[in-house]
Design a protein around this ligand. Structure first.
Ligand code: F6P
Length: 328
């Protein structure tokens, strides 16, 4: 029988995402509800290694459901990649009598968590928090919906100035390895072209499409480019390439950057984070370990971390097709 869990640690790691605070709040309050002590570790794994933590009570997480960022701070710990670092982390958890950990983060966070759990027998449950939405085992990650709304709002504003000046805008959005933000915000903001890491159609297709847009009477256009897009070296190179081949276009580049990671979480992200946070605690108390909680068809599900870190969350081919049809 699994050992009774009396103390749970929680941390946020990797790139922050709006809704992480709502997830922390849910974990803390679920712990209190089930009479479990909750410790919050600062700066992800680094905080465990440095024994930097705080005991969290239900009132410690008041008024944070609406706040972007993470009250526990976030980091990508180099020390945790070493056996010595993980050993130190284990010793600190033992000293503080922490029985299990809730890890809020992305792929890298879960990979580290699984190695740690296998090496030192500390049960872990992951909660997917990243704006990139690139995690297998969940349809949506915490922060993705908010980031989409941020991008759409920004592109709407760019459209105003683009159409006033008859300009072509290249807008770079986040997504080093995944095109979820680019594809969905691109469709939502009515972009003419969407370039994502999962598809390499070459530069000719882009030129062809822009020429078609010109012929069809469009005076301004917006191209949304994921930062990990394979077509050009960077969004600036892409813009230069188009300028060389279509000098008639007056073009500009906007890189949205880290503003996509900030801001008050959307209602969707708050509710998702609340559901996942409570379930993460309940799974641990139920004796489950080394899983990630996620959402699939409105239901909260769990998936073994070992399968998540090997898999790939595919983008929607159907949405790509829709984007193509609508850019006519
Ligand atoms: O949060 C995910 C992500 O935003 C990626 O899309 C991006 O490439 C990366 O994080 C950048 O993060 P940082 O600047 O923190 O290294």
């Amino acid at each position: 029988m699994a050992q009774k869990i009396k103390k749970i640690g929680v941390m946020t790691s990797g790139g922050d995402a709006p809704g992480m605070n709502a997830a922390i709040r849910a974990v803390v309050r679920a712990c209190a509800y089930y009479d479990v002590i909750c410790l919050g570790f600062y700066r992800g794994y680094q905080g465990i290694i440095e024994n930097d933590f705080i005991e969290l009570q239900p009132r410690s997480v008041k008024n944070i459901i609406n706040k972007g960022g993470t009250i526990l701070k976030s980091a990508r710990s180099g020390d945790f990649r070493t056996v010595e670092g993980r050993k130190k982390a284990y010793e600190n958890l033992k000293e503080n009598e922490v029985d299990a950990m809730v890890l809020i983060g992305g792929d890298g966070t879960f990979t580290g968590g699984l190695i740690f759990s296998n090496e030192f027998d500390i049960p872990v449950v992951g909660i997917p928090g990243t704006i990139d939405n690139d995690i297998c085992g969940t349809q949506f990650t915490i922060g993705y919906d908010t980031a989409l709304n941020t991008v759409v709002e920004a592109v709407d504003k760019i459209r105003d100035t683009a159409s006033s000046h008859n300009r072509l805008f290249f807008v770079e959005v986040m997504g080093r390895d995944a095109g979820f933000i680019a594809l969905n915000s691109g469709v939502g903001a009515g972009a003419e072209e969407i370039l994502i890491p999962e598809e390499d159609n070459g530069l000719d297709k882009l030129l062809e499409s822009l020429k078609r847009s010109k012929r069809s009477g469009k005076s301004s256009s917006i191209v949304v480019v994921a930062e990990g897009d394979k077509t050009g070296k960077s969004v600036f190179d892409l813009a230069d390439y188009v300028k060389q081949h279509m000098p008639e276009y007056n073009s500009r580049v906007t890189v949205l950057g880290h503003l996509q990671r900030g801001g008050s979480p959307s209602c969707f992200d708050r509710v998702l984070a609340s559901r996942l946070g409570v379930k993460a605690v309940e799974f641990l108390l139920d004796g489950q370990r080394d899983i990630m909680v996620g959402i699939e068809n409105h239901e909260i599900i769990s998936t073994e971390i070992s399968t998540i870190t090997k898999g790939k969350h595919d983008i929607s081919r159907e949405l790509l097709r829709i984007a193509d049809i609508l850019s006519i």
